[in-house]
Design a protein around this ligand. Sequence first.
Ligand code: ADP
Ligand code: MG
Length: 343
Amino acid sequence: MIRLAAILLLSLLAACDSTEETIYHDQFIAFGTLIELSISGISTERGARVAGEIERQFQRWHRDWHAWEPGLLTQTNAQLATLQPFTLDPALRPLVTEANRLSRLSDGLFNPVLGKLIAIWGFQGNPLPAGVQPDPAAIKHWLANAPTVEDIDIEGSRIVSHNPQAAYDLGGFAKGYAVDRVIELLRGQGIENAIINAGGDLRAIGTHGNRPWRIGIRHPRREGILASIDSSGDTSIFTSGDYERLFEVDGQRFHHILDPRTGYPARGTSAVTVVYSSGAVADAAATALFVAGPHDWLRIARQMGIDRAMLVDSDGAIHMTPAMQAITRLAPDVDAEVLISGE
Ligand code: ADP
Ligand code: MG
């Protein structure tokens, strides 16, 4: 009898476990990257329905927010270039307003209106021929009248630019903004345990069964993981890395995160990871702290309200805030210098 009870109990536990552990996974391509959705404790049927809705949203955002494929943002940039006021489409208004706010908080190091500079560097689907660097004169010309979000006025639904060089490129921010909208959509459907992962940048809510979600952070210089973070509750983890998009000329590496003060790829950093509740803030901050570099990143982090951040400098040393250190486990094979600073 006792034996039977024990067996029953065991099978009950196993059943509980398997329902708790059931995770619905789906994936698709959008924003030029792999988007992966995981939802804990949901039927396949319902999961597929939700994933379909999210995929359709991503395709729409892709069309509306793309910096160079003709669509809403390219039309908006063309209108901005006329320096005449016009009505900003409601599909862009909150996105643009939030990008401008975060740019100000970052002292302009996250600069969403540097589209023309990104194009000069060939990172708008227009790669430069092999072995060619951008024309220094074009960069100098851009710098002479470098656009910032202060050149853009938004009042109600009206927008106007005062700088013909200002053009939005939301590549450093759109993924973060999108994952926030996805989480809103999931919560609106009563889903509380999920991860939306956009090419390694993600927002996780709730838990995975009764365990936290475990998130790996890619090593910037080799295959494998640099560190892992356990997340329960509501957390976005965003990384900006110099390995994402780059080209080499004469052994020199030119990557896609540009310093608006110099017009060249930011130096001194190879990767920054930011942990924060909102994905939009984490994404913009990761880009901004990357540009700020190992000497100024803490100041910009503070200004942006970020207390969990990690920067790998170009010598391989790992800088962390104390709050980041508290949630981060470095991979056992990492023996870099670790510097804890801030607060
Ligand atoms: P990752 O591609 O590693 O996720 P980011 O989030 O930093 O990195 O996004 C890089 C993209 O952001 C670039 O491809 C470009 O579109 C844009 N970008 C580059 N430099 C800046 C900058 N200083 N401020 C804002 N956006 C930038
Ligand atoms: Mg970013």
